[in-house]
Design a protein around this ligand. Structure first.
Ligand code: NAP
Length: 633
């Protein structure tokens, strides 16, 4: 084995090198001993070496390493501050790197304490300035005792020969949290983040350094080395942005993977892209899992809801790992299930997010109306929501909304300082276009997307509010009298949001022949995900394919009792100047769906009038199409 220990002067290369040499039973070499006299003289006088000065020195070190490999190996301590120097020393595939890193002040103190060394301590800053983030090998923090540094280094050297259970690509918010979750649950994991010179350097290494307690992790920014570190068949989870980045990452991965390897896309990709990618990997004999993950950063770290679709064989390869890291439902079962073929996992995640948009918007509408229509303080609204959250209305979003209404910054409510322009990343709008494509009424959840769009037009809103002299009106009447109705209206608005989403899922599942299991989907959404709630538990326990969503036991009663309350609340709100887009679309949607004789007769008559589009008649059950000459001209 060849090992090179690198680091700026004062990091303890010699101490560690000697320790490794003893532990591994191979000789120790100090790169300083190979400097030509001219270099030593320069350094002793405090003058930094140039790259030209280093060339002969590096060449002799490379030759020495090759010679030592033939003799059974060696440990070399060498500053090797730049990647170009390290590449010159990479004489063999079996060469391993340990890079010592530490706080500047700590290194400085250690340098000052050293004696009989020709390196001047004041050269430290110049060394740190040229030090480059290594691209291969392991960073080891020098803050521990020499024995600890030796132990960690030996562990990493051993790890480099170990094959890891899983690989995670993308050390952003989600990838890092999922990787740590895997490691905590006994899955050894290789971490990879792309290398972008000057911008994205050593990201995976940093995760390792920040989490020394997880010893079964290795870090890479060379994709081939990352792939090579994995046990076969390989299991790789990508947590990177949806769209072109996924295809580009697959382009880079596929040529270096092998038949039967598995790639998982855990991001929020569009489900039709995922359909295509499942086929792409199938054609080359590999598995692809488009996988929805919900729960945000905390969920990913402690237990998300996981929605894998795609290739069932591929799912079997990671079912155990996913079960270990996922949230658990009330019976202790993992909140993960094989959703169905193709892009179905990403499809249901998309609809999950669309319901999430609706749930968030309803809460936003209520908070606003309660504060500025009923004159409640933020703390009072928080108390109302908290109270609701103790019963069957409990939900994660309700809970965090109650919480954020209490958050102060400098004694003032932070919420009131947040610009009222809501962001979005795509899943809400994709759900809407899918619903339009499949002819599924989607107005309540569509309004949640539109509301974010309207919020984005802040300048227009400011200008129009003056032009049209818009102001909120205070509600006449007591909050106490209204509160039970508001609660019922809220419960119903939420039921409608869920019904709309589940209806879209059913339509797409039936059309595409996916055979989605909606009890099971609701079950994995009872914990870990953003729309976890008491309502979801009821849906999971009582929804069946043959039951219409609105007729689920427990739901049906709330539809009946909440109808009037939602209509009255919406009426009160809009009359007093409050936009309640999701709640008003919700009551309209519900009324439309429970109306036996609708206004569509007028539409049909109009269509036939101006365009001879024909119509069917109520008094002719045969379904025959009629056309009428509506005018004499
Ligand atoms: P993030 O924090 O922005 O991290 C994105 C990661 O992808 C980073 O490691 C980034 O590396 C890497 N990356 C960016 N562009 C890349 C490219 N072209 N090629 C390769 N790698 C690239 O994002 P995130 O929140 O973890 O989200 C990752 C995915 O999960 C997204 O699809 C997101 O929609 C989805 N998701 C997010 C959440 C959430 O709550 N955040 C929840 C569920 C799902 P650099 O550091 O080098 O830029």
């Amino acid at each position: 084995m060849l090992v090179v220990v690198t680091g700026v002067s004062g990091t303890g290369k010699t101490t560690l090198g000697l320790g490794l040499s003893q532990a591994l039973g191979i000789p120790f070499l100090d790169a300083d001993d190979f400097h030509p006299p001219a270099n030593i003289e320069k350094m002793s006088s405090g003058e930094p070496l140039t790259d030209a000065d280093r060339q002969p020195w590096l060449a002799s070190l490379a030759a020495k390493l090759l010679e030592m490999e033939g003799k059974g190996g060696a440990v070399l301590a060498c500053s090797a501050l730049k990647n170009a120097y390290r590449e010159q020393l990479q004489v063999s595939e079996s060469l391993r790197w340990i890079h010592l890193v530490g706080d500047r002040d700590l290194i400085w103190q250690r340098m000052l304490a050293r004696q009989n060394h020709y390196m001047k301590a004041r050269l430290l800053d110049s060394q740190l300035a040229i030090w480059e983030q290594p691209r291969v090998g392991h960073l080891v923090a020098i803050s521990g005792t020499p024995a600890q540094v030796l132990e960690v280094s030996l562990h990493y050297l051993k790890m480099q020969d170990m094959k890891m259970n899983m690989g995670v690509i993308g050390m952003g918010v989600m990838g890092k949290s999922l990787a740590l979750n895997l490691a905590e649950n006994g899955v050894s994991v290789s971490l990879y983040n792309r290398f972008v010179a000057g911008k994205e350097e050593g990201i995976a290494q940093k995760v390792l350094l920040e989490n020394p307690e997880f010893t079964q992790m290795a870090a890479f920014e060379d994709l081939a080395a990352f792939v090579a570190s994995l046990a076969t068949p390989r299991r790789i989870l990508m947590m990177i942005p949806a769209g072109a980045a996924i295809d580009a990452q697959l382009d880079a991965l596929i040529p270096i993977l092998e038949k039967d390897d598995l790639v998982i896309d855990g991001g929020n990709s569009f489900y039709l892209d995922s359909d295509r990618r499942v086929n792409r990997l199938k054609e080359v004999g590999m598995h692809f899992l488009p996988m929805g993950v919900s729960g945000g950063e905390e969920g990913a770290r402690k237990g998300p809801s996981i929605m894998p679709g795609g290739n069932a064989e591929g799912y079997a390869m990671v079912a155990d790992f996913l079960g270990r890291i996922s949230a658990k439902d009330k019976d202790g079962k993992p909140c993960v299930t094989y959703v169905g073929p193709g892009g179905s996992g990403h499809f249901i995640k998309m609809v999950h997010n669309s319901i999430e948009y609706g749930e968030m918007q309803v809460l936003a509408e209520l908070v606003h109306f309660l504060r500025f229509g009923f004159g409640c303080t933020a703390a009072q609204v928080s108390a109302i929501l908290s109270d609701w959250g103790k019963g069957e209305l409990k939900s994660f979003l309700l809970e965090i909304t109650a919480d954020l209404l209490l958050f102060k910054e400098g004694g003032e409510l932070l919420l009131d300082k947040i610009l009222d322009q809501a962001g979005q990343k795509g899943t809400g709008a994709w759900s809407l276009t899918t619903a339009l494509e499949y002819g599924i009424p989607y107005s309540p959840l569509a309004e949640a997307v539109n509301a974010r769009g309207v919020s984005g037009e802040k300048a227009m809103r400011l200008s129009f509010s003056k032009t049209f002299q818009h102001e909120f009106q205070k509600v006449e009447g007591s909050l106490e009298a209204w509160l039970p109705k508001i609660k019922e209206a809220y419960a119903l608005a939420r039921i409608i949001n869920h019904e709309v989403g589940f209806r879209l899922m059913k339509m797409v599942s039936d059309t595409k022949g996916w055979g989605l299991n909606f009890n099971e989907i609701a079950r994995i959404w009872t914990n870990g995900c953003i729309i976890r709630s008491g309502l979801m538990e009821r849906i999971s326990a009582n929804y069946a394919d043959q039951v219409a969503f609105f007729e689920i036991p427990g739901v049906k009663e709330q539809v009946i009792s909440g109808r009037k309350a939602l209509a009255e609340l919406v009426g009160l709100g809009v009359t007093n100047g409050f936009a309640l887009p999701v709640m008003s679309a919700g009551i309209n949607y519900l009324l439309g769906r429970i109306t036996a004789d609708s206004s569509a007769s007028v539409i049909q008559a109009q269509r036939d009038y101006f365009g001879a589009h024909t119509y069917q008649r109520k008094d002719d059950p045969s379904g025959k199409f009629y056309h009428t000459q509506w005018t004499n001209s």
